[in-house]
Design a protein around this ligand. Structure first.
Ligand code: GLY
Length: 576
C-alpha cells in the first residue's frame, strides 16, 4: 500500500500549484457557496461508534450529541484505546456562534502522586508503578466531558446519546483481532486485578476474536452517568467503588479529588500555514505548539519542489526542533508558565529554520538509548461535521494498551495509566521515549502533558477536522496529514499516507516500511541521519472534510485499521 501511494503524493505536490491557480478563478464564486454541508460525515476507529454517532443525528441531535454517542461506544468497544476511565480533548466548532472551543478533559494527578512516589529504592523510575495499576491512573476526565458537552452544546439528553453504548455494554459486542492481540500483550498486568479478571476472564479464558464480550457493570455505570450526570460517576455508588478499588490495590485517591474534577474550556491555538487557518490543541497538549513550530519552519520551503530526500530532511529537522522545545517548555498552563508567545512566534520559527543545514542532519544534543516504542492501538480519534456546519475533532485515551490494566471491582471502568505522561523522573524517557523536566513534573490537580492534537484546518474552500492516536507520533501524523491536504490529497489518501517520525531523542528517523524510497534513505544517511526505514505501520488517523466548492462531504478512516469507518449520510436520509 505505502510504496504505491508515493507516486500519488508526488503528483499531488505538483498538482498543488495547478490547484492554486484554479482556486483564484473560483474566488469570485466564493460568496455563492453553500452555507451548510449537505449532511453529516463521521470518521472513527470503530464502525459501531460511527453508527452510534449517526443514530444521535437521526434522533435530532447535532455533531456534539453525535460526539457524545461515538465516545461512549468507543469506551465500550475499544477499551484498549479510550474510555470513561480515561480522558481526552475535544475541539469543537459551534456553527451558530462561529466559536471554536477546546474542551480539556485531561486526567489530573491525585494528591498522592508526588515525584518521590514513582522512584524505586535506587532513585530510578519505578516503571511498573508508572505504567500499571492504581498509581499509574489519573483522575478520569471523559465522564465529565460527556456531561459538559451534552448539556452545553448538545440537543439530546444523555439517556438518548448513551443508549447505544449501554446496550453494547450489556448485550456485548464481537471481539476483534486487535483487542485479542492487545490483551495478549497486557495479560500479565490485567490479570493481577480481580476487577479486571471479572470482566475479561468472565468465561475463564481471555477474550478471543469472534467471541461476545459483555460488560454489565460498565452498562450500569453508564446508566448512572446518563441519569445523574457528573454525580453518577464522581460521587455516590461509582465513586465509592472506584475509591475502594484503588485503595484495595495499594493506591490513594480521595473522594474530594474525584468530586472536584472539572473539565476546562480553553482557547484553541491559531496560526496560518500557506493560506490555511490552523486551529488546534493548546497546552496541556504539546501537539498544537509543535504543529505551529513545525509548519511555520516548513513554510520557508516549497515542499512540492524538493526531491523526496530533501523534503523528508527538512521535515525531520522541523520535527527535531519542535520536540526539543516540547521536552523543555511544555506542561499544564494552570501550573507552569509556558512561553507561548515565543514558541508560536513566526520569527522564532524563522530562527529555528535558519539553523537547519540544507544538506546535513543536525545531531540531537543528547542521544537516548531507548528507542521510541511502536504503538498504534493506544488512544483513539474521531471527527464529525454535521449539516449545520458544527464540527468536532476529538482525541481520547487511556494511555497505553488497556490503560493501567485495572478495573475497580463492580464499576466496569478500566482506569487509565496517564500518570506516565508526566515527567515522573526528570530526564527519564516515558513509555513513548519522550521525556520532560520541571514544567511537566507531577503535582496534585495538575494535568499531564499530552501529544493529542485534535485539529481543524480551513480555507475559503474547505473545512477539515483531523487527528490521530500514536503517543508522541500523533503530532507528526497530524503534521504529515496537513501537508497531504495542502498538497491536494483527499481525506482517504491523507489517512493512508505513509509515515515517518522524529522526536529529537532518540536521534533517529522512524519510517514505516516502504514509506521512504531506498534512494531517499541512502541520501538521508549521507546527510548524517540515522534511519529506521522498515518499522511496522503505526497510527489510526481519522479525518473528515467539507468542500464548499462542490458542497460535498468526505471522510478518511485509516486503512491500517480494518474496523474503522468513515461514512457520509445526506440530510434527507437522516430525517433531520
Ligand atoms: N497518552 C498519550 C498522550 O496523551 O500523549
Amino acid at each position: 500500500m505505502t510504496p504505491a501511494l508515493r507516486p500519488v503524493i508526488r503528483q499531488a505536490f505538483t498538482f498543488c500549484a495547478t490547484l492554486t491557480l484554479f482556486a483564484a478563478f473560483q474566488a469570485t464564486a466564493a460568496d455563492a457557496r453553500p452555507r451548510h454541508p449537505p449532511g453529516t460525515v463521521i470518521a472513527s476507529a470503530q464502525a459501531l461508534a460511527t453508527d452510534a454517532g449517526f443514530e444521535a443525528i437521526r434522533n435530532g441531535g447535532n455533531a456534539f450529541d453525535a460526539a457524545v454517542a461515538t465516545s461512549a461506544v468507543l469506551a465500550v468497544v475499544e477499551p484498549i484505546s479510550s474510555g470513561i476511565g480515561g480522558g481526552g480533548f475535544f475541539l469543537l466548532h459551534d456553527a451558530k456562534t462561529g466559536r471554536d472551543v477546546f474542551v480539556d478533559a485531561r486526567e489530573t494527578a491525585p494528591e498522592s502522586a508526588t515525584p518521590e512516589a514513582y522512584l524505586d529504592k535506587q532513585g530510578e523510575l519505578d516503571v511498573d508503578r508508572a505504567e500499571n495499576g492504581p498509581w499509574s491512573a489519573g483522575i478520569p476526565g471523559l465522564p465529565a466531558a460527556l456531561v459538559h458537552i451534552a448539556s452545553k452544546y448538545g440537543r439530546l439528553p444523555l439517556r438518548t446519546t448513551l443508549a447505544p453504548a449501554i446496550k453494547l455494554a450489556r448485550e456485548g459486542f464481537e471481539v476483534y483481532p486487535r483487542l485479542e492481540r492487545g490483551y495478549g500483550s497486557r495479560r500479565e498486568v490485567m490479570e493481577r486485578y480481580a476487577g479486571t479478571r471479572a470482566v475479561f476472564l468472565a468465561d475463564g479464558t481471555p477474550p478471543k476474536a469472534g467471541e461476545i464480550l459483555k460488560q454489565p457493570d460498565l452498562a450500569h455505570t453508564l446508566e448512572l452517568l446518563a441519569e445523574k450526570g457528573r454525580d453518577g460517576f464522581y460521587k455516590g455508588e461509582v465513586a465509592e467503588k472506584l475509591l475502594k478499588g484503588v485503595a484495595d490495590e495499594g493506591g490513594k485517591w480521595t473522594a474530594a479529588e474525584l468530586a472536584s474534577y472539572q473539565v476546562r474550556e480553553r482557547e484553541p491555538l491559531r496560526f496560518k500555514y500557506r493560506g490555511w487557518d490552523v486551529i488546534t490543541a493548546p497546552p496541556p497538549s504539546s501537539g498544537g505548539v509543535a504543529l505551529a513550530q513545525m509548519l511555520q519552519i516548513l513554510e520557508g520551503w516549497d515542499l512540492a519542489k524538493l526531491d523526496e530526500a530533501h523534503r523528508v530532511h527538512v521535515t525531520v529537522e522541523a520535527m527535531r526542533r519542535a520536540f526539543r522545545d516540547r521536552t523543555i517548555y511544555l506542561g499544564d498552563p494552570d501550573f507552569v508558565t509556558v512561553p507561548m508567545a515565543r514558541l508560536m512566534d513566526r520569527n522564532y520559527a524563522a530562527g529555528l529554520r535558519a539553523s537547519i543545514h540544507p544538506e546535513k542532519a543536525t545531531p540531537s544534543a543528547l542521544i537516548s538509548g531507548k528507542p521510541a516504542p511502536l504503538e498504534d492501538d493506544e488512544t483513539t480519534h474521531f471527527a464529525i461535521i454535521d449539516a449545520d456546519g458544527n464540527r468536532v475533532s476529538t482525541t481520547q485515551t487511556v494511555n497505553l494498551l488497556y490503560g493501567s490494566g485495572m478495573i475497580p471491582p463492580g464499576t466496569g471502568v478500566l482506569l487509565n495509566d496517564e500518570m506516565d505522561d508526566f515527567a515522573l523522573r526528570p530526564g527519564t524517557p516515558n513509555a513513548f521515549g519522550v521525556m520532560g523536566f520541571e514544567a511537566n513534573a507531577p503535582k496534585a490537580g495538575k494535568r499531564m502533558l499530552s501529544s493529542m492534537t485534535p485539529t481543524f484546518i480551513e480555507n475559503a474552500d474547505k473545512s477539515i477536522a483531523i487527528g490521530a492516536p500514536g503517543g508522541s507520533r500523533i503530532i507528526t501524523e497530524v503534521l504529515l496529514g496537513i501537508l497531504g491536504y495542502d498538497a491536494g490529497l483527499t481525506p482517504q489518501e491523507v489517512a493512508a499516507l505513509p509515515r515517518f517520525h522524529h522526536q529529537w531523542m532518540p536521534d533517529v528517523i522512524s519510517a514505516e516500511k516502504g514509506a521512504l524510497s531506498p534512494e531517499a534513505v541512502k541520501a538521508l544517511e549521507a546527510m548524517g541521519h540515522t534511519v529506521n526505514a522498515a518499522e511496522p505501520t503505526w497510527g489510526n488517523l481519522q479525518t473528515v472534510q467539507w468542500d464548499r466548492r462542490t458542497n460535498t462531504l468526505s471522510g478518511g478512516s485509516d486503512p491500517r485499521n480494518p474496523v474503522g469507518k468513515a461514512e457520509v449520510q445526506p440530510s434527507d436520509a437522516k430525517g433531520k
